[in-house]
Design a protein around this ligand. Structure first.
Ligand code: SAM
Length: 427
């Protein structure tokens, strides 16, 4: 979670901070979950962020960090559980850093994340509250909460006894938590975990050193879906996978980004592409063309921009595969491309549509400036980080009106949240 905004410290808060310096354990009542997944409690007027807490929990907590405007604490004991708390289903949850919300009932997670994201939009973005109030906030969208994930990056570690371990990073540490199951992974992906150490050991015996990290991907939610790895592992296929969207085929492999939730692909694509139509559209941060192929149905010419060479190659292949001759892929960093520094003319004026789907860091200042300058009739922002989304919308809503915001639970059991925002040029 980004640090809360700096504000002048009141005399009372300074006094409270001084008092907190002499205290290592506190009883706290958790008010709510904030953006990033931590619980928020207050000691006197001081905000204290507590990971793995649920609203209504009363906990005994150990202070781990003291900052001028806030503190952080770890739960030592749950004195009285809040109404949404449950026993985490995964046996690795206490140690593994992959999930943050397994201690909260499945049905409650998305509502808590959506409320925290809306609060981040209000507090961090400086978005005009009247605009936010006018914007339609859609019903949050969820599908299966377990066995959904089509991609995973696992860490590989050779232990002193020579055995190979595969797993995820421990919470707040670079150490490995070895796992032989991970119930958020799609079934075929999860089923591949127990075999990985043996396959990597066999490869090592024949002279192929184990990689430090392994990207795994599968193409569907079936038990028998193909699983591929990158770098390749002898015993697992390495070749392309294919997912289907209505009327479209998309190829990719374990090196590429692909939307993570196998049950929400179609709904997410439909929501982002929407019912709008026109002549010209640009898909920035296009990956293998997940949104490009949908925009292709509705626009006379579509340009997709993607920096990674492998993803851009798949995107071109996917356009060919689907016979989309009116679309093209530019392999370039968006930051250079929009200003015409990647060989082309850059982001043109008069476009009917731009869709952006950046990584967590969001848009750089020059991409925001280029969008404001080019002023497309419609702008769609697909975000996987509400904090950077808030910052970017703060700038973009100077010239664009917010039409709708829809939250998608693409990452159940974790604090991550996907958001689709539809904007329209003002005037
Ligand atoms: C969140 S993913 C979205 C991909 C695609 N829209 C999809 O839905 O599958 C972000 C994509 O942007 C690409 N990317 C990251 N930084 C970039 C940059 N500076 N310029 C262009 N592409 C970038 C990544 O390689 C990745 O494919």
């Amino acid at each position: 979670m980004p640090a809360p905004r700096k504000q002048p410290l009141s005399a009372e808060r300074l006094e409270n901070l001084a008092a907190l310096a002499g205290i290592s354990r506190l009883e706290l009542t958790i008010e709510k979950v904030v953006q990033g997944g931590d619980g928020l409690a207050r000691w006197r007027d001081l905000p204290i962020f507590v990971p793995r807490a649920a609203p209504g929990d009363v906990v005994e907590a150990r202070i781990t960090e003291r900052r001028p405007g806030y503190a952080r604490a770890e739960i030592e004991e749950v004195i009285s559980p809040g109404p949404l708390r449950r026993e985490a289903p995964c046996p690795f949850y206490a140690r593994c850093g992959g999930c943050q919300l397994q201690h909260i009932e499945d049905d409650a997670q998305l509502g808590l994340k959506a409320a925290a994201a809306l609060e981040a939009l209000r507090r961090l973005g400086g978005i005009d509250p009247a605009q936010l109030a006018r914007c339609h906030v859609g019903e949050p969208v969820a599908d299966r909460r377990w066995g959904y994930r089509l991609r995973a990056r696992v860490h590989v570690q050779q232990d002193e006894d020579g055995t190979t371990g595969v797993g995820f990073r421990r919470r707040r540490s670079h150490d490995l938590v070895r796992v032989d199951r991970c119930p958020v992974l799609a079934p075929a992906l999860e089923a591949s975990l127990p075999d990985l150490p043996r396959l990597l050991d066999e490869a090592a015996r024949s002279g192929k050193a184990a990689p430090g990290r392994l990207s795994l991907a599968t193409e569907g939610l079936g038990e028998d879906s193909l699983v591929v790895a990158s770098p390749p592992v002898v015993g697992l296929p390495a070749g392309p996978l294919e997912i289907e969207l209505p009327g479209r085929r998309l190829t990719f492999d374990a090196r590429c980004f692909v939307q993570a939730h196998g049950g929400l692909l179609e709904t997410l694509a439909r929501s982002a592409v929407g019912d709008f139509e026109g002549e010209t559209a640009v898909d920035l941060y296009a990956g293998v063309g997940f949104f490009t192929v949908g925009l292709a149905d509705r626009y006379g010419a579509v340009t997709a921009v993607e920096a990674e060479s492998v993803a851009a190659r798949y995107a071109r292949n996917n356009l060919r595969l689907n016979g989309l001759r009116h679309c093209q892929v530019e392999r370039a960093a968006v930051e250079s491309w929009v200003d015409g520094k990647a060989g082309g003319e850059g982001l043109a004026n008069g476009l009917d549509r731009v869709l952006v789907d950046p990584p967590r860091v969001g848009l750089s200042w020059n991409v925001r400036r280029a969008l404001l300058r080019a002023a497309p009739a419609r702008l769609t922002y697909v975000s996987c980080d509400p904090a950077t989304l808030a910052r970017d919308l703060g700038a973009l809503t100077r010239d664009f009106d917010l039409e709708s915001i829809t939250f998608f639970d693409m990452f159940p059991q974790t604090a991550h949240l996907e958001t689709v925002v539809q904007l329209r040029r003002r005037g």
